[in-house]
Write a protein that binds this ligand. Structure first.
Ligand SMILES: Nc1ncnc2c1ncn2[C@@H]1O[C@H](COP(=O)(O)OP(=O)(O)OP(=O)(O)O)[C@@H](O)[C@H]1O
Ligand SMILES: Nc1nc(=O)c2ncn([C@H]3C[C@H](O)[C@@H](CO)O3)c2[nH]1
Length: 269
């Protein structure tokens, strides 16, 4: 994959200064960011708030429903009505059996989302921004890595997954590149509290320990930068950390402040 720097330089060559947010539309591209964070930290909630505040932006939610009801992709000849099962439930119930299957499927669904073309509406906006809920990068550097370290992915599965991941991302080049990350950070205890409040049936057995492990993976990748990453653009991508321990759902002033911070971050890209 070409480094993000070259994307910036190409923008600059096309007349848009890299730090100038207002000129991102040149070349038909948008600023592309991913929201990262632990399970139930509030990514979907945050994404909805961004959607309300910036209705012109394009949002891509995590395709959880697809994982809960796996179907064959429809072709002209077949319709995709057959349900092959709830892969999210399967991976939580029998992680050693289903982790490899889950990670290849989640990675593919995230890749598809990151390759979606810009909508007509977004193309008409002066400051186009695309936000993804998690990314092909968290698939590998948070979840798959953690499952390998827990022993749920074998050496051979982890090797094949990484090989496939690197190959796909190199093949698609800049099309999967992101300009930055919004890291929603909260304590694992707060995430567990929100997870219980949400009550997704598949997550019933999740223990604090699992959220602590995922928290450490996020910190190592996005804050301490000790996780070994394999893409130049990723190494250089800016990370904006937002502390969301505070319950902002009923606090308009806090919401406004968070939205202002996101907009300001994008202006620095
Ligand atoms: N800042 C917040 N204050 C209070 N409650 C919140 C906050 N953010 C999210 N919640 C609540 O926490 C629960 C989980 O939030 P949400 O579904 O947005 O998490 P998520 O990060 O998208 O989860 P997942 O990792 O499973 O995709 C929901 O019930 C939501 O209403
Ligand atoms: N094993 C595994 N690998 C992933 O890449 C991954 N991405 C998300 N999830 C789980 C977290 C929430 O329960 C639920 C919704 O985020 O799906 C994952 N689980």
């Amino acid at each position: 994959m070409r480094p993000l720097l070259s994307l910036r330089l190409r923008r600059a060559a096309a007349g848009a200064l890299p730090r100038c947010f207002g000129k991102a539309r040149r070349g038909g591209s948008a600023w592309r960011l991913s929201i990262e964070g632990n399970i139930a930290v509030g990514k979907s909630t945050f994404l909805r708030l961004l959607g309300k505040t910036f209705p012109e932006w394009q949002m891509a939610t995590e395709p959880v429903a697809k994982w809960q009801k796996v179907q064959a992709s429809s072709t002209r000849e077949t319709s995709s009505s057959q349900n092959f099962g709830n892969l999210l439930q399967m991976v939580y119930q029998e992680p050693s059996r289903w982790s490899y299957t889950f990670q290849t499927y989640s990675c593919m669904s995230r890749l598809k989302a990151q390759l979606e073309p810009l909508s007509e509406k977004l193309l008409k906006t002066p400051d186009p921004v695309q936000i993804f809920e998690r990314s092909v990068y968290s698939d590998r550097y948070i979840f798959a890595k953690n499952l390998f370290e827990l022993g749920h992915l074998t050496e051979i599965e982890w090797t094949i997954y990484q090989d496939l991941h690197t190959f796909l991302l190199q093949e698609f080049g800049d099309r999967t590149a992101l300009h930055g990350f919004l890291y929603l950070q909260a304590t694992p205890e707060k995430c567990l509290e929100r997870l219980h409040r949400r009550g997704r049936p598949e997550e019933k057995a999740i223990q604090l320990e699992y959220l602590e492990q995922l928290h450490t993976q996020h910190e190592n990748w996005l804050v301490k930068k000790t996780t070994e990453v394999h893409f130049e653009n990723l190494r250089n991508a800016p990370v904006f950390v937002l502390n969301v321990n505070h319950d902002f759902e009923d606090d308009p002033a806090e919401q406004e402040e968070l939205m202002r911070k996101v907009k300001a971050f994008i202006k620095t890209l």
